[in-house]
Design a protein. Structure first.
Length: 327
């Protein structure tokens, strides 16, 4: 009987172990297994994935904007560099212009001083050569203005047209202004061609309209010229001289293409002779334009010859030679 009781006790202990293990497994499953509504969990997961996708897309957008901003910043830096370089160049240009302005102002002051000196010398020379009482109050800048008729002989060569024409127009106006009124005037080029062919071999009546017409015509007047005033001077003297007229001849030019200065001076002297102690038939004044006198360089031979020729002609024919120092 004792053996049977021992057997029942062993069976009961094993059953309790099995039951305990089963309950433990169930508890463990409850702990591991997700708790809650599966649909809610799936929705939460879906929303989380959507947020992740949205953040990823935003990240890509930010990266794209960063690239664009970097490119724009690079372009702005290049523009800034160009602007800085341009400002530097403009500063250099401004400095150069200021230097040139200073040099021009200095050069102008020197030219004005030289011109004043030249006019003073010419005035003194005219006072020495001409009796003071005879031509009192008849000199303007050393130029006698007692003539009743004036003739312009103008060099219309290409060099004068290109470089000296504006200054020539100014000097023409200045000459007319020192003669408030004359009995007649005429304009021809250095070849003896008339500005107005219908007035050939005749005097133009002096009046404000005639003077305006002459100045207007200078804007477009450009007949052929051989850069020699000889033909115009001879034509003017031969055509218009008269013993009862006081005539002044104004030669405006820049060079002389002829060969012999002496021959020209002698020919004009024979043509413009003084008779029985009287004055020359026609006064010859000259205004020389420094077209061929480049600053800092040697003047052309033709320009030097023109200055020498016209100085002699003016001196020997009762006139004045004025060499301009600038255009």
């Amino acid at each position: 009987m004792k053996k049977r009781r021992r057997g029942a006790a062993e069976v009961s202990v094993s059953f309790l172990d099995v039951i305990s293990c089963g309950f433990g497994a169930i508890v463990l499953l409850l702990i591991i297994a997700p708790v809650g509504d599966p649909a809610a969990l799936e929705q939460a997961e879906s929303e989380l994935m959507a947020q992740v996708q949205q953040m990823t897309e935003h990240l890509f957008e930010v990266r794209g904007e960063t690239v664009v901003l970097n490119e724009e910043m690079k372009s702005r830096k290049e523009q800034l560099s160009d602007l800085v370089a341009r400002v530097a160049r403009l500063k250099e240009t401004l400095a150069s212009v200021e230097r040139q302005s200073t040099e021009i102002a200095q050069s102008k002051a020197i030219e004005e001083r030289d011109l004043e000196l030249a006019l003073q010398v010419l005035t003194e020379e005219m006072e020495r050569l001409v009796p003071q009482d005879r031509y009192a109050n008849q000199l303007v800048g050393g130029v006698p203005v007692d003539s009743e008729y004036i003739i312009f002989v103008i060099d219309t060569s290409g060099s004068m047209q290109m470089a000296g024409w504006r200054r020539l127009q100014t000097e023409m106006l200045n000459i007319l202004n020192i003669y408030p009124t004359v009995k007649g005037l005429q304009v021809m080029n250095d070849m003896g061609q008339y500005m107005f062919p219908d007035t050939r071999r005749a005097w133009m009546q002096d009046n404000p309209e005639t003077r305006r017409r002459v100045l207007r015509e200078l804007d477009t007047w450009a007949p052929f010229s051989n850069s020699s005033p000889v033909e115009g001077i001879q034509a003017a003297i031969q055509t218009f001289y008269s013993s009862d007229r006081k005539i002044s001849l104004y030669v405006l030019g820049d060079d002389f293409s002829g060969r012999s200065i002496r021959n020209v001076v002698k020919a004009v002297e024979n043509l413009n002779q003084a008779h029985q102690g009287s004055e020359r038939l026609v006064r010859i004044h000259t205004i020389g334009f420094p077209v061929h006198f480049p600053p800092g360089r040697t003047p052309s031979e033709s320009a030097v010859k023109f200055a020498a020729l016209m100085r002699e002609l003016s001196y020997h024919n009762g006139g004045t030679f004025i060499g301009l120092t600038g255009l």
